[in-house]
Write a protein that binds this ligand. Structure first.
Ligand code: ACM
Length: 515
C-alpha cells in the first residue's frame, strides 16, 4: 500500500514536472549555443514556429540569392522532414522567411548580416549573398540537426547583428599523402560551411602523390597519382571532378585555394617526368613520410614550361583569386636557386591572373604585389614577408595544425609541433601571438590537416572535430568576445550536433559534453 502511494506520488510528480517545468520553451535567443559567436544578440522573448507552411522568400534579381534560399530550404527539409516552398518577392512579406540584400550604409562589411527573428517573419538582410548565407547558417543553429518525428520546432525571437573579424577563414586538406575522393571533400566542405569558413586550401601535390589531372602533362596523374603513403593505390581528380568540387564549394561561399607545392615536395612529378630532374632521370615513386629530399631542377627552362602549363590549366578551372605555390621545406634546393625559382613562379601565377600564396619560406624571394605569406613555422620569414608588403595567413603549427595529436594517447596524427588539446587549439589570438605579426598584417586564419597518418573520413573527422569549430570562431569572432571557459559550454552543446551529423569526434575531457 505504501509502495503504491509512493509510486503514484512519483507519477504525479513526474506529470507535474512534465507540464509545469518540463523542457523549457526556447524563448531566450541569447541562450542558444552559436559557433562562431555572433557580434551581438538581442532577445525578444517570444517564439517563431517553424512548420512547412512557412515559405522562404528571396529578393528577385540578386545574384545567387535564389540558390541560397533553396539551400536553406533543403536544410530545413532535412531537419523537419517536410517540404518548404521557395518563392521570389519584391516586397517584405508579412510572414515566412525573407532573404534580401541591402545597400544601406551600415557597418556589416561584405560578409556581415542582420538576422531578425520575429513571431511571424524571419528577416535576413546583408550586403551580399554570402552574408545572407551566413545568416541562414546562424538561423539553422537555432534548430536541431534533425527533428524527432512530430517534434514542434520553435525558434526564440530576437535580433542578431554579425560580421567576421577576418576576411580569410580557412582549412587545408592534404589530399596528397593520402587521397580522398570527391564525396569526402564535399563532406569536408560541408563542415567548413557549417561554421562560416570561406576557404578550402587543397594541397594537391607532394612527394607521395599528384592529385589533379593536367592535360598537357598526363603522366603526372598516370604515374604520380598512382600511389600514396603506405603504398595504397592513391588517386586523382579529373578536371571535371575538380570543377565539381569548386562548384560545390562556391554554392557554400567557399573559395578553393589550389596548392601545387614546389620546388620541393615534388617527387611525384619528378617520378612522372625524367626531364624535370637535373640529371634527366626519373626518380622512384615515394610512399614514406620523410620531407625535404626532392626539388624541381630550377636551372632548366622545361621546368618553367611545366609550371606554366600546370598553373594555366588549374587557374582556368579556379574562379577564386588565389594560387598557392607551396615553397616549404625545399632543403635540397640551393638558396639562390630557390629565390630565382620562386620569383619566376610568382610571375607565372600573376600572368595567369591569380594572387600568390606560399608557405612562410617564400618571403626569402622578392614578393609580388598582393602576395600572401602563410605563417606556419618561422617568425623571421614571416616578418620579412611583412616588410616586403605581404599579408599573412596565420597557421602556426603549434596551435592550428589539426594533424597534431590531442595528447600522447591519440592514436592518429603527429606531434612534432606539440600536442594540441582543444583548449590550446582555441585559446590564442592571431593578432597577439607574436609582437611583429599584428592585426593589420593578417588576412586571416587557416587550420591545415596533413594526412601522413590519416587514411579515411572517420580519421579525418576524429582529428578535425572538435577543433574545426574553434578555428572557425577564431577567424570569425573578435578576441574580445571569446574566452575558453564560455566557449567550452557552447562546444559541449555542439557535441549533439556532431552526433546527429554522424561525425566521429574526439571527446576531450576538457569539454563538459554531458550525456
Ligand atoms: C608545412 O607544414 N611543411 C607547411
Amino acid at each position: 500500500m505504501k509502495k503504491l502511494f509512493v509510486a503514484t506520488s512519483l507519477i504525479t510528480l513526474g506529470l507535474f514536472m512534465l507540464f509545469s517545468c518540463g523542457p523549457k520553451e526556447p524563448t531566450d535567443l541569447t541562450q542558444t549555443s552559436f559557433i562562431p559567436q555572433p557580434v551581438s544578440i538581442e532577445s525578444l522573448g517570444d517564439e517563431f514556429i517553424l512548420s512547412s507552411s512557412v515559405t522562404i522568400y528571396y529578393e528577385e534579381n540578386v545574384d545567387g540569392l535564389e540558390q541560397t534560399a533553396r539551400y536553406l530550404a533543403d536544410e530545413l527539409n532535412h531537419i523537419a522532414g517536410e517540404i518548404f516552398t521557395v518563392e521570389s518577392s519584391n516586397v517584405t512579406p508579412r510572414s515566412g522567411i525573407f532573404l534580401s540584400v541591402t545597400t544601406d550604409n551600415n557597418d556589416l562589411g561584405k560578409e556581415g548580416y542582420f538576422l531578425s527573428i520575429g513571431k511571424k517573419l524571419v528577416g535576413i538582410k546583408a550586403k551580399s549573398t554570402a552574408g545572407c548565407f551566413y545568416a541562414a547558417k546562424t538561423f539553422l543553429q537555432t534548430l536541431p540537426v534533425k527533428a524527432a518525428a512530430g517534434e514542434k520546432l520553435t525558434v526564440p525571437t530576437g535580433i542578431i547583428r554579425d560580421f567576421p573579424e577576418y576576411e580569410y577563414r580557412g582549412a587545408m586538406l592534404d589530399v596528397s599523402r593520402h587521397f580522398f575522393g570527391v564525396d569526402d571533400v564535399k563532406r569536408f566542405i560541408d563542415f567548413l560551411a557549417t561554421y562560416k569558413m570561406n576557404a578550402l586550401h587543397l594541397h594537391l601535390s607532394d612527394d607521395q602523390g599528384w592529385r589533379i589531372e593536367i592535360k598537357s602533362w598526363p603522366k603526372l596523374t598516370e604515374i604520380g597519382g598512382s600511389t600514396e603513403v603506405g603504398g595504397g593505390k592513391g588517386g586523382f581528380y579529373t578536371q571535371k571532378q575538380y570543377s565539381e568540387i569548386v562548384k560545390y564549394a562556391l554554392e557554400r561561399h567557399i573559395t578553393i585555394v589550389p596548392e601545387i607545392d614546389m620546388p620541393g615536395h615534388t617527387n611525384a612529378a619528378l617520378a612522372s617526368y625524367a626531364e624535370l630532374n637535373c640529371d634527366g632521370k626519373a626518380t622512384e615513386l615515394y610512399t614514406g613520410t620523410e620531407v625535404g629530399f626532392s626539388t624541381l631542377c630550377t636551372g632548366k627552362e622545361i621546368t618553367y614550361q611545366f609550371v606554366d602549363d600546370v598553373v594555366r590549366e588549374i587557374a582556368s578551372l579556379t574562379p577564386g583569386p588565389w594560387f598557392h605555390i607551396g615553397g616549404d621545406e625545399s632543403h635540397v634546393t640551393a638558396h639562390d636557386d630557390y629565390v630565382y625559382f620562386i620569383n619566376r613562379v610568382q610571375e607565372i601565377v600573376t600572368k595567369h591572373g591569380k594572387k600568390v600564396i606560399g608557405w612562410d619560406e617564400i618571403a626569402n624571394a622578392d614578393l609580388v604585389e598582393g602576395a600572401t605569406v602563410q605563417f606556419w613555422a618561422d617568425v623571421e620569414n614571416t616578418t620579412m614577408g611583412i616588410e616586403k608588403g605581404a599579408k599573412v595567413i596565420m597557421s602556426p603549427a603549434a596551435r592550428a595544425y589539426m594533424d597534431m595529436k590531442y595528447d600522447s594517447t591519440t592514436h592518429l596524427g603527429l606531434h612534432w609541433a606539440g600536442y594540441i588539446e582543444v583548449d590550446h587549439g582555441y585559446d590564442w589570438n592571431p593578432a597577439t601571438l607574436n609582437e611583429i605579426i599584428t592585426r593589420e598584417n593578417i588576412l586571416g586564419v587557416e587550420a591545415p590537416l596533413w594526412t601522413e597518418t590519416i587514411t579515411n573520413m572517420d580519421e579525418i573527422e576524429y582529428m578535425v572535430f572538435p577543433q574545426l569549430p574553434g578555428y572557425a570562431e577564431i577567424g570569425w569572432t573578435s578576441s574580445e568576445l571569446r574566452n575558453w571557459d564560455e566557449y567550452k559550454l557552447r562546444l559541449a552543446d555542439h557535441g549533439k550536433r556532431f552526433e546527429a551529423m554522424e561525425i566521429d569526434f574526439y571527446r576531450s575531457e576538457r569539454v563538459p559534453w554531458g550525456e
